[in-house]
Design a protein around this ligand. Structure first.
Ligand code: ANZ
Length: 966
């Protein structure tokens, strides 16, 4: 019996990882083990190896009495001591401090590798965070070792809603919550051994930082790029507050489920549309995932078309002075227009709607005002609308067509009015069918269906499109030619003009919130004029507030800071009020990458020289959820800063990588019929007349490509991985993994799970695998543990020259690891190291000149263990700046060949030899070969003919041959 003791910091016995370990023990002993911190069990030698316990000599270790006193420390290697020691060492020695000012040698190449900095939430880190952070840390450590100056910083995007909501609920000041959460995040990140330069840490909530966010706002304001407008917001009358989009679910408030309406309010807007073309064009030169570039292109949504005027007709069918201008990208379909649509918020509504239809239209407008643009334009939603009671004239053929009001047309895009062509647009088609409006086909192609039942939205050849009165005839032209023709015609006849439109809207930049950057302007009491505050008065700090509850009037909470709001305009000395809206959370994250280059500068946002050296960011890693807004907003600000000479590059991020998401562990569900009996998942029908029950992993086994119940293999189970969430109980906490397996194992595992960019499923036995690899590497180099579970202080490495085979294995590993890090294929880099360790286990001796480079290769991935091994190999300084090993091509060439061996002129087999192999060596290998040795054993060699690299021919003495044969 062996006493197994968990040498781990106390942790809840119910933690999933702890349970997993216990299950492992349990399954190797086929015995149930209650959750406790110490077990007396018998370990086979296989299990002993797994737990790092010295092997036992006895054949059956079941009941030897001395052993029962043995207390075994369960762990593959002493990561707890190692990791803490090296984290302390790095901190105390400021190992990862990026040189600054005079110490910075700008003749060296630079590498700026950045993570999308986190919002420090109350929940702490989840295992998704370290995925990207480990990848960037490997790159940072690798480049440092390659002689680059590396900038690898970390900070906090700490303004935002949750801290404010928490303040409303508990009265805790958002600042207090934020500091607490930041402290937790920092501690967690440090426990993972990331080589951030913590001296550059920034938080968007610090006045020293947001002083510059406000400064950028002032520059935007001065250039007319920040302006005020009446814009609809989500107003919740019951809560008396404006809500952010994410706080509104299906038209009601997320908290309390109260109705939310759209209400126009004065807002700050940023004119990102002025940069639309540059934001689009400059995408081409970026090394970003094509998918993100495409999403940005779609978001900017540049389209080319025309604006065409339709004259509104009076009751008796005469032209009036009122004209409706529509925007269309398909002027070629103009003969197919059978109605017009105005958005419910269109300004011409009042002059178009007939007296009879007024009430119906007003009611429709009211309902539409409660819907968001997204709801209105959703393709699946049923289209609705009302007739205005009025008609307009199609300029190309003089036809009178009805004007409708429908909310699938948005007031904010194009002109807020469309010419509807139901034959060729699916939304118009659906609408026309519903309201019995004619459908006229004007484009045909091989691809469109014969029965004209479905709309055809592609291009083709134009038909049914001529009019003798207006003289326009586009029949027979293809769509592109026809469009040009129509645009020329409308321009010539004064009915419209060519037009480029963008989907991109100006950026709504104000929030009716407390926990954000104050907007640095005042409004004069006398006339409401907006006056920016002088730059010398920045930062304009957030006033202290005790009560964060909404005002009930829609005014932001800051309006409660009465003495702060009431002020004077310092340039004129006139009484004024401060702006009480704050900036959105996007603001601080728009430019933080610049501040990391020069975080303490109190006179400039960033020093020009430093920016010229460090900019742009070389590699930027973060979640795909930021593909559009964050990346677009920061590109916009960067371009403005470029225009005013603050930055020297047109784009902020040279290369962007999206790490995939980590899904929770696969869960198994069994289906049960009405009577509660298990039924196989492949036998259930879609009627849903069954329930599902979660099955614990130990009751599941694999059968072919599916999973079944161990007890009844006929019952096939449903296996599914879900997004990690508290409600599913599948959240893995990185702290638990670190205390159970160590940070190096977590780092290695997250990199080993699969390609960085892919989505992956968490699998605790996967960590066991990499943890075992680290334990094996440790024991390969340090040796087996002593009986008390500790290890010798040195290593097993010897000062001897390496064998050629050892050099070859090492250099192959160097080449692979280097290539894979450079290509950010970290998982395959790990496989190369695993292969190396497997091979190295077969060697008798471990030369230092082989072990040391291997430790350096391992160091970006598992830095704690690597530092410890480096130290044990006799080095007194950190390996962080040791040159990264370089593969020597001489050892990479495959120098072995297959040499044919003949006996008495007949080819009898082959041997693997070095190209440089001498005759004696070749003969020795042939005599050791299983097949060839049969021909050579006991015989006398008369002659050997050896052509190096080509052939070995062995001629045997005849007599001897006979003698043996007797
Ligand atoms: C006639 C037509 C015929 C259209 C056809 C399309 C197909 P993009 O490419 O996205 O710019 N549209 C214009 N303004 C709109 C608004 N405010 N709300 C909703 N839809 C609007 O789309 C431009 C097309 O979307 C325009 O071209 C217009 O419908 C519609 F076979 O005009 B089209």
């Amino acid at each position: 019996m062996i006493q197994i003791q968990w040498l781990l910091p106390p942790q809840p016995l119910t933690s999933p990882l702890y349970n997993h370990r216990r299950t492992l023990l349990f399954s190797s002993h086929r015995r149930s083990l209650p959750p406790k911190h110490s077990y007396a069990v018998t370990l086979s030698n296989v299990s002993r190896k797994y737990f790092g316990v010295p092997a036992c000599n006895c054949v059956n270790s079941e009941s030897t009495s001395e052993e029962s006193k043995e207390v075994v420390k369960v762990r593959a290697y002493p990561f707890h001591e190692i990791e803490q020691r090296w984290q302390k060492f790095w901190d105390e020695n400021r190992t990862f401090r990026t040189p600054d000012d005079d110490e910075l040698d700008t003749s060296k190449p630079k590498f700026y590798v950045l993570d999308m900095f986190p919002y420090p939430s109350g929940a702490g880190l989840h295992v998704g965070h370290p995925l990207g952070y480990t990848a960037t840390d490997i790159l940072a450590r690798f480049k440092r070792m390659q002689g680059f100056n590396v900038l690898h910083p970390m900070g906090w995007d700490a303004f935002g809603l949750p801290a404010e909501q928490y303040a409303i609920e508990t009265g805790t000041h958002p600042k207090t919550t934020t500091i607490r959460n930041i402290d937790r995040f920092r501690t967690q990140l440090k426990s993972l051994g990331f080589s951030f330069d913590w001296e550059r840490e920034i938080s968007t909530t610090e006045p020293d930082y947001y002083k510059w966010t406000q400064w950028i706002f002032l520059q935007l304001f001065k250039r007319g790029l920040a302006y005020q407008a009446e814009v609809p917001v989500n107003w919740c009358p019951a809560l008396g507050t404006v809500l952010a989009n994410e706080e509104v679910v299906d038209g009601v408030s997320e908290r309390g489920g109260h109705p939310v309406i759209r209400k126009p309010m004065r807002q700050w807007m940023l004119k990102i549309t002025a940069y639309a073309d540059r934001l689009l064009d400059d995408l081409d030169g970026l090394d970003w995932p094509e998918s993100i570039k495409e999403m940005q292109r779609n978001w900017i949504g540049k389209s080319q078309g025309a604006e065409v005027e339709f004259c509104v007709l009076s009751k008796d069918g005469q032209d009036t002075d009122t004209k409706i201008t529509v925007y269309t990208t398909r002027p070629d379909t103009i003969f197919g227009v059978t109605y017009l649509v105005l958005a419910p918020e269109h300004p011409l509504l009042t002059s178009v709607v007939s007296e009879a239809q007024k009430d119906i239209v007003d009611e429709y407008k009211e309902v539409a005002s409660r819907k968001s643009d997204l709801e209105r334009t959703e393709l699946q939603k049923e289209k609705s609308g009302v007739f205005s009671g009025c008609y307009a004239k199609n300029p190309v053929n003089g036809e009178a067509i009805p004007i409708y009001i429908a909310d699938y047309v948005l007031g904010s895009y194009g002109t807020g009015a469309i010419m509807a062509v139901p034959a060729h647009d699916s939304r118009d088609h659906e609408f026309a069918l519903k309201y019995n409006i004619p459908i006229h086909w004007v484009v045909t192609s091989d691809e469109c269906c014969d029965d004209f039942e479905k709309p055809y939205s592609g291009e083709g050849v134009v038909i049914n499109s001529s009019n003798s009165t207006t003289g326009l005839n586009i029949n027979g032209l293809n769509s592109k030619e026809a469009a040009v023709e129509v645009i020329n015609w409308v321009e010539k006849t004064g009915n419209g003009n060519r037009k480029i439109n963008y989907k991109l809207r100006d950026w709504l930049f104000a929030r009716q919130r407390y926990w954000g950057e104050p907007i640095p302007v005042v409004f004069l009491d006398e006339n409401g004029e907006t006056v920016p505050i002088p730059e010398t008065e920045l930062p304009l700090t957030l006033p202290e507030l005790d009560d964060f509850t909404p005002t009930g009037t829609g005014d932001p909470p800051l309006s409660k800071a009465v003495s702060w709001v009431k002020t004077v305009d310092s340039s004129s000395g006139k009484p004024a009020r401060r702006e009480t809206n704050t900036m959105p959370q996007w603001a601080g994250s728009c430019w933080y990458y610049l501040r990391f280059m020069d975080p303490k500068n109190s006179t400039q946002l960033v020093d020009k020289k430093k920016e010229m050296y460090w900019g742009p960011v070389d590699v930027y890693v973060g979640g795909a959820e930021h593909a559009v807004l964050h990346l677009l907003y920061s590109r916009f600000w960067h371009k403005v800063l470029y225009d005013i000479g603050v930055v020297s590059t047109k784009e902020p991020f040279k290369c962007v990588i999206n790490q995939g998401i980590i899904l929770g562990e696969v869960q198994y569900m069994a289906c049960k019929d009405k009577d509660g009996n298990f039924v196989s998942a492949d036998s259930i029908d879609a009627s849903g007349d069954h329930t599902q029950e979660r099955i614990p992993d130990e009751k599941v086994t694999k059968s072919g490509s599916s999973f079944v119940l161990k007890d009844d293999p006929n019952i096939r189970l449903i296996a599914r991985a879900h997004k990690m969430s508290k409600s599913r109980g599948n959240v893995v906490n990185p702290d638990d993994v670190v205390s159970e397996y160590g940070a190096d194992s977590l780092r290695l595992y997250e990199m080993f799970m699969g390609p960085l960019r892919d989505s992956k499923t968490w699998n605790t036995s996967g960590i066991e695998g990499v943890h075992r690899f680290l334990g094996r590497s440790w024991r390969l180099i340090v040796g087996s543990p002593l009986p008390d579970g500790t290890y010798e202080n040195q290593t097993l490495a010897v000062d001897e020259n390496p064998a050629l085979q050892q050099l070859k294995s090492l250099h192959r590993c160097i080449e692979k690891v280097t290539d894979e890090i450079e290509a950010t294929r970290f998982n395959t880099g790990i496989s190369a190291m695993m292969e190396f360790v497997n091979v190295a286990y077969k060697w008798d001796k471990l030369p230092k000149s082989i072990v040391e480079p291997f430790v350096l290769l391992l160091s970006p991935y598992a830095p704690h263990m690597a530092e410890e091994l480096w130290f044990r190999l006799g080095h007194s300084t950190s390996l962080a700046y040791e040159p990264f090993p370089k593969a020597n091509p001489a050892y990479l060439k495959d120098t072995t060949i297959t040499l044919p061996v003949q006996i008495n002129g007949k080819t009898r087999g082959t041997v693997q030899v070095e190209v440089t192999c001498k005759e004696d060596e070749a003969f020795k290998l042939a005599s050791l070969d299983e097949k060839l040795s049969k021909y050579l054993e006991g015989k006398t060699v008369k002659k050997r003919i050896y052509v190096p690299g080509k052939i070995l021919n062995v001629i045997l003495e005849r007599e001897t041959n006979k003698v043996v044969a007797q």
